[in-house]
Ligand binder design. Sequence first.
Ligand code: KIV
Length: 278
Amino acid sequence: MSSQDAEPLYGGRRPGRVTVRDIAAAKARGEKWPMLTAYDALTAGIFDEAGIPVLLVGDSAGNVVFGHDTTIPVTVDDLIPLTAAVVRGTKRAMVVADLPFGSYQASPAAALAAAVRFMKEAGAHAVKLEGGLRVAHHVEELVAAGVPVMGHLGLTPQSVYAFGGFRVQGRGEDGERLLHDAKALEAAGAFSVVLECVPTELAARVTQSLSIPTIGIGAGPECDAQVLVWQDMAGLTPHTAKFVKKYADVAGILGSAARAFADEVVGGQFPDADHSYR
Ligand code: KIV
């Protein structure tokens, strides 16, 4: 094992970006790692400094940045400036761009055209797309062109209307299909796969069956990595799913700061001499 392969993914100090090789080495070592979403330069910089090795510019931006109810309306043009900002704000993290609904489903060539835009115009290091067997050829096309691909199975939010709502996926016989899909993604060359809202036991089976890492979100503790939308994890989102754990109360902190600022403006205490020019 080379010294590069021994570098921990979370908090490693080796200069340069995290690569797909580092991620494969972590799976081989049985090392767990965290992933967060990011949509702007400042927040991404904080997560990068904290040692988060992979940042996803998710189409969840549709919900947490643009205020939609679903990810369906999000476009490539929406996500390119956010992805570029996250790349500019970071030094070490691998930045993965989500291919939004409608940008890749039509054909492998459409997937490649969207991925090329994210890599050339935003500097993304990898892309993520939703689906299993039905996008295997898309993944092959991307990988053949040198684009690292993260898969996404389970509750894939771009299919929310087909699922009839945001509900746990992969129960009963659907579990076998999901395992089959995961193997198809691995065979097509994906370097990792997100498992969203699937039963713990199924996520554990998939994780044991694959040589690429699984990244869980509502998929229990057996996945190789875990991802959360940062606004959920930091307590900014008002309503979250059962699987979300709140690690801070950013909504409370921002609300207090806004009220303190407003009170001082109204009361004439701000700006004082320390915050004015002579
Ligand atoms: O868009 C997103 O943020 C995602 C994660 C929840 C995995 O797909």
